[in-house]
Each structure stands twice: as structure tokens, then as C-alpha cells.
Ligand binder design. Structure first.
Ligand SMILES: *[C@@H]1O[C@H](CO)[C@@H](O)[C@H](O)[C@H]1NC(C)=O
Length: 323
């Protein structure tokens, strides 16, 4: 059985020539509920049988607790997690909750409630074995184009979304990270979304040393990096469906041959047992080969550093975005 991959590109082909469609109008999603009501809910896979539930409340008193179970309205299980927040100039984020729940059964619908407040949500866990349906979609933003992309994503009963960079296009305007979280929530709270970073996630100001890059991204979208022995949320790997090893690389952190990412990648590839996980998939933002007129040559130094590693490891497929 093959993993099925749906590729979604906001591109138009006209007589074989690429025509970049005009930018879509932004859709600003607002929070209409109380300050304790969970907003921006999304889930991500942690290991093969846990899920991280993430959400934000402006009310700081809401506990980082998820109640869950396999029957609607009956929560046999409760898990307590952690919370964080961050500052960016005058912006102060809400309380960002992250709760790891499990062990969970594969291919099963779970019903859950965040912070003991608000409505019940549900998600489906990925299958234990192939086949599995992935959606690969990057450069999302929050425009009419994004709405169209997500509408089409939702037409399939996919198992997991893989996002190779560029989420909100907030570009330092932090309230746009909140608007993006609300925009994608109806989809991202139902299926695990596994992301890696793009150029729009960096948001660094080199002159201000206390303003670390990736502040919003790392606070809002933590991925299971510790579980794969990675020292950074900017690159990690995981197994899914007992047959696929997915590697998420970081285009915007060091990748040369004496970098932490390079050393981690060498170690991670060495651990892959192709008799157990015959499929090896890599995602990163900046393509190493590029026929687009934009961004020419930008992936070249990373290609020179890492292509040989991936080639020798006989990676099956690499997905990039950066339109
Ligand atoms: C996604 O599709 C399902 C099934 O057709 C539908 O019930 C649901 O409302 C859709 N979700 C969104 C956010 O449009």
C-alpha cells in the first residue's frame, strides 16, 4: 500500500506557463466568545499514540487541562499540561496551553474539552498501519486563497496535514498570529497538523538581542522535537502508520556540517530502520532546485550541506514550498 499524498498549490497553469494569481483579500477571524473560552485550538502528534492539544485563552485563570474520551459527552480521562506566553514589543500573548494526552488508540475519534470550558471538540487519530492519507500544504496565510485551500483540504477525510513552512504571514504583527490560529482552528483541531518553519516565522530583529527569532512560532506551534532527540523545535522527526519516517528540516536555522541540525540529521538517519519504516519523507521550506523566477539560489547552500546525506539515505520524497 502506498501513502496517498494530496498536493495543494495555489497556482494556475495556463498553456503550460505559470501565472501567479493576484493576492487574495485577507480574512480577519475574530474571537466572539468569552475570555476563558478556548480559541486557536490545534493538535499535533507526539510519538505514535499521544496528541498535544494546544489552545489559547485571554483569561489567565483557565487551567491547562484536557478532558477526553471516546464517547461524546463522557470524559473518562483527564490530562494536565503546561502553559506559556510571550512578549513581542508591546504585544503580550494570551495564555498558551499545551496538554499532551494519551495513550490513544489508532484510527479512533476522541471527544475533548479544553480548560473545562466551552464546547466539545473531536479529532481522529492516525491509523496504526498503512494506508494513510497525508495532506501537504504550505504557505497558507489567511486570505480568500487560504479559505479555498482549506475548503479543498477538508473535502478529503485525510489523516494528517504536513506543513512545510509559512503559516500565518503575521510578519511581526502578532495579533495576526491569533487571527491565523482562529482561521485554521476548525481544521487543525480535528486532525494533527505537523509543521516546520518558513521565512515568515523568523520575525527576528537583529538589533534587539532580547527579541529571539521564532518567538511566536515556538510558543504557539511546539512540535515533538525532544521525542526525536532534537535540541530545537525548528527540526525534528516522527514515525507514523508504522511504515513512514517523516523528517522536518529547518531552512532558517544553521545547517552546515558542524551545526546542531546537521549532527542531529546524521544521527536521526542512522536510526531509521527501513525494514520497519520503508518510507522516508523529508519536508523543508526552501527548495534546493527551483525553476521559479523568485528565490533563485536561496536553497543552494543548504543543498550543498545536506543533499548528499539525504541521497545516501535513499530518501523517497522531499517536499518544499516557498512560492
Ligand atoms: C469539513 O467537512 C465536513 C464533512 O463534509 C463538514 O461537516 C465540516 O463542516 C467541514 N468543516 C469546515 C470547517 O468547513
Amino acid at each position: 500500500m502506498f501513502p496517498i499524498l494530496y498536493l495543494l498549490f495555489a497556482t494556475v497553469l495556463c498553456n503550460g506557463e505559470f501565472m501567479r494569481p493576484p493576492p487574495g483579500k485577507m480574512i480577519l477571524t475574530r474571537h466572539a466568545e468569552s475570555s476563558s473560552y478556548p480559541q486557536q485550538v490545534h493538535i499535533s502528534a507526539v510519538g505514535t499514540d499521544h496528541m498535544r492539544v494546544s489552545w489559547i485563552t485571554t483569561d489567565k485563570r483557565v487551567p491547562s487541562i484536557v478532558e477526553y474520551g471516546t464517547d461524546s459527552g463522557t470524559y473518562d480521562m483527564t490530562a494536565t499540561g503546561e502553559h506559556t506566553s510571550y512578549r513581542y514589543f508591546s504585544y503580550v500573548s494570551g495564555k498558551i496551553h499545551h496538554v499532551n494526552i494519551g495513550p490513544l488508540l489508532p484510527d479512533t475519534v476522541y471527544y475533548y474539552r479544553c480548560g473545562r470550558v466551552g464546547d466539545e471538540f473531536n479529532f481522529k487519530t492516525p491509523p496504526a498501519v498503512l494506508p494513510i492519507d497525508f495532506v501537504v500544504a504550505g504557505d497558507l496565510g489567511q486570505t480568500e486563497w487560504t479559505a479555498s485551500t482549506l475548503y479543498h483540504v477538508n473535502q478529503s477525510d485525510y489523516d494528517m496535514l504536513l506543513l512545510p513552512g509559512d503559516l500565518s504571514y503575521a510578519d511581526t504583527q502578532q495579533p495576526l498570529w491569533d487571527a491565523f490560529g482562529r482561521f485554521v482552528e476548525p481544521y487543525a483541531r480535528k486532525r494533527p497538523w505537523m509543521v516546520t518553519q518558513g521565512n515568515h516565522e523568523v520575525e527576528a530583529f537583529p538589533v534587539l538581542h532580547d527579541l529571539h527569532p521564532f518567538a511566536a512560532y515556538n510558543s504557539r506551534w511546539p512540535m515533538p522535537y525532544q521525542e526525536s532527540g532534537s535540541p530545537s523545535n525548528l527540526y525534528y522527526s516522527f514515525d507514523v502508520a508504522a511504515a513512514i519516517h517523516v523528517i522536518m528540516l529547518g531552512s532558517y536555522t544553521d545547517f552546515d556540517s558542524n551545526s546542531a541540525q546537521y549532527n542531529w540529521l546524521v544521527a536521526d538517519l542512522a536510526k531509521v530502520d527501513r525494514s520497519k519504516t520503508p518510507w522516508l519523507i523529508v519536508l523543508l521550506h526552501v527548495p534546493w532546485y527551483n525553476t521559479n523566477l523568485a528565490h533563485q539560489g536561496e536553497g543552494e547552500s543548504m543543498r550543498k550541506a545536506m543533499e548528499d546525506l539525504l541521497y545516501k539515505a535513499r530518501v523517497d520524497v522531499v517536499f518544499c514550498f516557498y512560492i
